[in-house]
Design a protein around this ligand. Structure first.
Ligand SMILES: Cc1ncc(COP(=O)(O)O)c(C=O)c1O
Length: 412
C-alpha cells in the first residue's frame, strides 16, 4: 500500500541503484579515492539538511530508530518523562519506552496534533522533552509548542515521519525543534522501502546522535578514536542502495507536492460546502503537504454510517495510530517486563498506567473524523481516497461519491 513516492518509482531510481551495485560500494563508507563511489547517503543528508535549513542530517535505517537516537542524543532516559500525543504512530511512544523514559500522553486538538495548553498542563519536574508529531501531512502548532518548551527549558523534538516536505511559516518542519526526524517507509512522501533521518542544528547533539547510530564513532569515523568514543553506540546506518533510491525520489518532491495539492483542491471544492461537514484546522495551510484531507462529522453515528458505506474507517479505528488501540502499551509489555521505565525506582512517586478513555477529547474527535486519502492509501489510516497516480478526473469522481454518501447521512 503506497505513499506518493512509491507510485513514482521508475527509471531514475533504477539507474541510481544499478550504479551503486556496479560500483560495489554498497555501504555509506565507500572508498572516497575511488571515482565510482557516489557517496549517495552523504549527498542525500546534505540535500535534506540544506532544504530544512540546518547544519546536520543523519540518514538511518528507519524513522523509529531516528526517534530513539534523538532521545539518546539528548541523554533522555530513566527518571525522565516525554510528552507525546495520544494520536500518533506507535513508535513515537515505544521509542520513549525503549529509552527507558516515560511517555506522558497528551490530547490533540482540532489540528489533530498536540494541544499546547494540554501539553503545558502535563509538565512535571521530570519532563525533559515534548515530542510533537506532525500527523497526516500537516504541522502542529509549532509556535505555541516551542514557546511552551522554551518557558520550561524542555527539548522540542519534531516527529515529521508523516510530513516530509511540509512547511510551517515557510520553513521545513524538522527545523523548528532541537531535532527533527523523518521516515521513508513505503507510506511516506518519498520512500526507499524503509529508512529514516534525523536533522539538527545543534553540533553536540549531532555528534552524540551520530555516535549512537554508528557504534560510538564521531561523524564519518574521521578521527582516530580508540579510547575516545563518548559511549557505546549501535548500528542504525542507512545503506547506499537506500540512499540511491532516496536521491532520485527527492528530485520528485516538488512534483509530488504540486500534484497532491491540486488533487486536494479538487476534493475540497467538491465537498467543501456540505452542510454540517467540518474540516481539520491547519495552523499553516500554505505549508500543507496535502497527503490527507481530514473531515469531521457532527457526531460519531454519522461518521460510522459514512465510513461503513464508502467504505473507510474513522480515525479512532486507525489501528496503531491511536493510543487506545495499542494493547502492548496498555498492558505495558516490554521485553522482560522488568526494570525502567515501568518497574523501577525512578518513578517511586507514582505508577504509570495507560487505558482507553484517558484522553477523552482525543477519543471524541477521532471517533467522528476520517481521512480522505489524497496521496496515502493505508488500510489503517485512509482506505478511501486517491493515489498519486490518480488525476483530476478520478479526484472528481471519488469526491463526488463521498459527497453523495455524506450528504445523505448528514441530512438524515
Ligand atoms: C508519526 C510516525 N512516527 C514514526 C514512524 C516510524 O517510522 P518507521 O516506519 O520508518 O520506523 C511512523 C511510521 O509510520 C510515523 O507515522
Amino acid at each position: 500500500m503506497p505513499g506518493p513516492g512509491l507510485d513514482l518509482i521508475g527509471e531514475e531510481e533504477i539507474a541510481e541503484v544499478v550504479e551503486v551495485l556496479r560500483s560495489r560500494h554498497v555501504s555509506r563508507y565507500g572508498a572516497h579515492d575511488d571515482p565510482t563511489f557516489g557517496a549517495r547517503v552523504r549527498r542525500f543528508e546534505e540535500e535534506v539538511a540544506s532544504r530544512v535549513g540546518v547544519r546536520h542530517a543523519i540518514a538511518l535505517n528507519a524513522g523509529s530508530s531516528a526517534i530513539w537516537v534523538a532521545l539518546a542524543g539528548l541523554g533522555i532516559g530513566p527518571g525522565d518523562e516525554v510528552i507525546v500525543p495520544g494520536f500518533t504512530y506507535v513508535s513515537s511512544i515505544s521509542a520513549i519506552i525503549y529509552a527507558r523514559a516515560i511517555p506522558v500522553l497528551a490530547e490533540v486538538d482540532e489540528t489533530f496534533n498536540l494541544d499546547p495548553v494540554d501539553v503545558e498542563a502535563r509538565i512535571t519536574p521530570r519532563t525533559r522533552a515534548i515530542l510533537a508529531v506532525h500527523m497526516l501531512g500537516n504541522p502542529a502548532r509549532l509556535d505555541e509548542l516551542r514557546a511552551v518548551a522554551d518557558r520550561h527549558g524542555l527539548a522540542l523534538i519534531e516527529d515529521c515521519a508523516q510530513a516530509f516536505g511540509a512547511t510551517y511559516r515557510g520553513r521545513w518542519v524538522g527545523g523548528y525543534g532541537v531535532a527533527g526526524i523523518y521516515s521513508f517507509n513505503e507510506f511516506k512522501t518519498i520512500t526507499c522501502g524503509d529508512g529514516g533521518m534525523l536533522v539538527t542544528d545543534d553540533e553536540t547533539l549531532y555528534r552524540r546522535c551520530f555516535a549512537m547510530h554508528d557504534q560510538g564513532h564521531s561523524p564519518f569515523r574521521l578521527d582516530v578514536e580508540i579510547g575516545q568514543r563518548p559511549f557505546l553506540g549501535l548500528n542504525f546506518r542507512m545503506i547506499e542502495l537506500a540512499g540511491a533510491v532516496l536521491l532520485a525520489q527527492l528530485r520528485k518532491l516538488d512534483r509530488i507536492r504540486d500534484h497532491l495539492r491540486a488533487n486536494k483542491a479538487i476534493v475540497e471544492e467538491t465537498i467543501g460546502d456540505l452542510p454540517g461537514l467540518g474540516f481539520r484546522l491547519l495552523p499553516d495551510p500554505d505549508g500543507d503537504l496535502a497527503t490527507h484531507l481530514v473531515v469531521v462529522f457532527p457526531d460519531e453515528e454519522v461518521a460510522r454510517h459514512v465510513t461503513a458505506e464508502l467504505p473507510s474507517i474513522t480515525l479512532a479505528a486507525s489501528g496503531w495510530h491511536v493510543y487506545a488501540n495499542m494493547e502492548n502499551l496498555i498492558d505495558r509489555r516490554t521485553i522482560t517486563g522488568k526494570g525502567c521505565p515501568f518497574d523501577c525506582r525512578c518513578f517511586d512517586d507514582q505508577e504509570r498506567r495507560y487505558a482507553p478513555g484517558m484522553l477523552p477529547r482525543t477519543d471524541a474527535l477521532l471517533a467522528r473524523s476520517m481521512s480522505f486519502g489524497i496521496g496515502v492509501s493505508d488500510p489503517n489510516l485512509a482506505p478511501y481516497g486517491l493515489r498519486m497516480r490518480d488525476g483530476p478526473e478520478v479526484a472528481r469522481q471519488r469526491a463526488a461519491r463521498f459527497r453523495d454518501v455524506a450528504a445523505r447521512h448528514l441530512a438524515g
